[in-house]
Write a protein that binds this ligand. Structure first.
Ligand code: F6P
Length: 357
């Protein structure tokens, strides 16, 4: 008999259900007796003992469904040692609930913050297997996270739509793409959508370079310019500020996000109208794309296999086109960002894309 707990934590993304289904199917099909408990709203459910015993049928018909059937929430790692509701010790409470249900293992689906807590629980003696989810693709130890490709598709479609109206009106358009502190999503959607300028957190921009690129396009007869801006993009001047100074600057900023600041600067220097589009959380919503359905199902099945073998303490990741197990202690607390020297950046530059550097 294998008794496992499952939870989805942090911002949701497409294919969470597909991944959980993958784990469940693999385990049910193994012939072992299996009991799967789903914790509601991420670590919150594990802390406060909010769970349900899932049935075989709960995993049917969810392959194509976005969101997470278990619900999710953010439980910041930096507050994990702070007392919870009614002064509860959160780490202790999670351990107690794990032992009360006599679980063999916890399957945790999450991104960066989630992995820090998952590793802490491993250090505390719990058996943990994790799966890499996030539209940001910023998890260390895996070349790809599920949710990423679906989000790339949505952001690309947004840029495609902006393209037609931008060309009709001869305007400069900015599309602001999610991705938190990294530029994977913006880089991929920007290239797929044929953006002329791409601004990433990893490559601080110079507004003058952006304006030069717009002027060059104009002089070459192009009526419009599309700029894909990562939500975490930063100017060269701001990149010189300390974290504290930058935070202060943002607090006082009259702009709702970096794109509006870039737009205002372009207008100031060129007199041109600039429109900003922010697809926001649509990038995390809807059905997973075909790639993510297959990818998450594979990762889920491999996680099931590890649990059946009793191999714990790993994230199931994907490296060099192979599914691999990565020790949790190697993953926790590390960020995978875009290297400014990466081949893909060099290739994008060969295509004439300006990064504002
Ligand atoms: O980490 C996923 C993500 O969608 C980021 O791209 C974004 O910065 C953040 O979550 C948004 O978080 P929230 O849903 O809490 O606003």
């Amino acid at each position: 008999m294998k008794r496992i707990g499952m939870l989805t934590s942090g911002g949701d993304c497409q294919a969470l259900n597909a991944a959980m289904r993958g784990v469940a199917k693999c385990m049910y099909n193994s012939g072992e007796d299996v009991e799967i408990y789903g914790f509601i709203d991420g670590y919150k459910g594990l802390i406060y003992g909010d769970f349900k015993l899932l049935q075989h049928r709960d995993f049917s018909g969810i392959l194509t469904k976005g969101g997470t059937m278990l619900g999710s929430s953010r439980t910041p790692f930096k507050l994990i040692r702070e007392p919870g509701e009614n002064g509860i010790d959160k780490v202790d409470a999670m351990k107690q609930n794990y032992y009360k249900l006599r679980l063999d293992c916890l399957v945790i689906l999450g991104g960066n913050g989630t992995h820090k807590t998952a590793n802490l629980l491993r250090e505390e003696g719990l058996n943990i297997v994790t799966l890499p989810k996030t539209i940001d693709n910023d998890l260390w130890g895996t070349d790809m996270t599920f949710g990423f490709q679906s989000a790339v598709d949505i952001a690309t479609e947004c840029i495609d739509c902006i393209h037609t109206t931008a060309s009709s009106h001869g305007r400069v358009f900015i599309v602001e793409v999610m991705g938190h502190k990294v530029g994977w999503l913006t880089l991929n959607a920007g290239m797929a959508g044929g953006a002329d300028i791409i601004l990433l957190p990893e490559i601080p921009y110079d507004t003058k370079k952006i304006v030069d690129a717009i002027k060059k396009r104009h002089d070459n007869g192009s009526r419009f310019t599309i700029i894909a801006v990562a939500e975490g993009a930063i100017s060269k001047e701001d990149a010189k500020l300390s974290k504290k100074e930058y935070k202060k600057k943002l607090e006082k900023s009259p702009y709702p996000s970096v794109s509006y600041e870039v737009a205002a600067k372009i207008t100031e220097l060129t007199g041109q109208e600039v429109r900003v589009t922010v697809p926001g959380h649509t990038q995390r919503g809807g059905s997973p794309c075909a790639y993510d359905r297959v990818f998450a199902s594979r990762l889920g099945a491999e996680a099931g296999k590890l649990i059946l073998k009793g191999e714990y303490g790993f994230m199931v990741g994907y490296r060099n086109r192979e599914i691999v197990k990565v020790p949790l202690e190697d993953v926790a607390g590390k960020l995978k960002s875009v290297s400014p020297d990466a081949e893909i950046i060099k290739e994008a530059k060969m295509l004439g894309i300006c990064f504002g550097d």
